[in-house]
Write a protein that binds this ligand. Sequence first.
Ligand SMILES: [Fe+2]
Length: 374
Amino acid sequence: MTTKPEIRPDQERLVSHTAYDDFQAREGIPIITGFAVADLRTVEVKPWARLECLGTYINLDGTGGTNDAYVAEIEPGKKMAPERHLFEKNIYVLDGRGATLVGEDPNSRTSFEWKRGSVFSVPINTWHQHVNGSGTEPARFVAVTTAPLVMNYFHNDDFIFNNPFVFEDRVGTARGFQGEGKLYTGGSGRTYVWETNFIPDIETFTTFTWKERGAGGASVFFELADNTQAAHVSQFPVGTYKKAHRHGPGAHVIIISGVGYSLLWPMDGSPTDRMERVDWKVGSMVVPPTNWFHQHFNGGTEPARYLALRWGSQKHSFPMGSAQEGGYDVSVKDGGAQIEYEDEDTAVHDMFEETLKRVGGESNMAEFIPRLRK
Ligand SMILES: [Fe+2]
């Protein structure tokens, strides 16, 4: 130990690393990176010793390293290892059926049942164990977690995975796991928010018209298990697309019905300048990068619906998920983060018409875009 720093020829060099990267390296399962995932239902999963299942991590560019996702598959008749942790985890069931045991100790027997289309969150640091309910079919889910943020901040596995603290304020009620909840009007007064721990079937959950986001679309927002992470569902009719907007990182958009595509471009550019197009179908996932404009298009002949697992609880506001200056659904001309139809590049609609032509569909956008009316 020295009290006075002096340069020595043999001194150690600091190696920069993140606790999350180190943790992932120890996990020994694949890591998917990039802009989007074509189909979560078929991505390759490998044996995951810690959780006693099969899995893969998914670290998409648009998370900005703030949150992550993984796919876990439970083999027929098997159960995962019980665990608890100090990061939040929102789960969407992709395939199969099963149950989750949950409680304040690892042998807890309070349980709830889920199936394809269920969405749920176990309260932070509560023991939980997922069980496949079928002896013949695998069960597969995708989880979006706040592990990167929590691990990089505390960088101590024992503190994160073996911490006896009970968050009494976040446990909620047992009925929350039976699908009961409470409906609120969102902070803007233009949306609706359902607070619960468990949504039995997100594919058919009621949505409410949100005309500010455009073209007959309807949404519903979710507050799950008192998390800072949140979720929403958006549905848009045949022959329509939503308005472009932008916001912070980590919104994992998962397609749950329909086919179509998303356009994404940096906020300083335009769609004809640099643009990414992600074609999607049921099971696809895309995460728009921080503050990139993005716009979702129903490119098929059936209503399209997606689930976003993301930052941005309205109850527990957090800088990363907060509404951009003036709001997600307010025109950039009025200080918001949305491009109104009349202000969008005409190439956007031209591409939409082209796409629909290929599937024998028809645009219904004339109702919403004056220049398209003959
Ligand atoms: Fe968005």
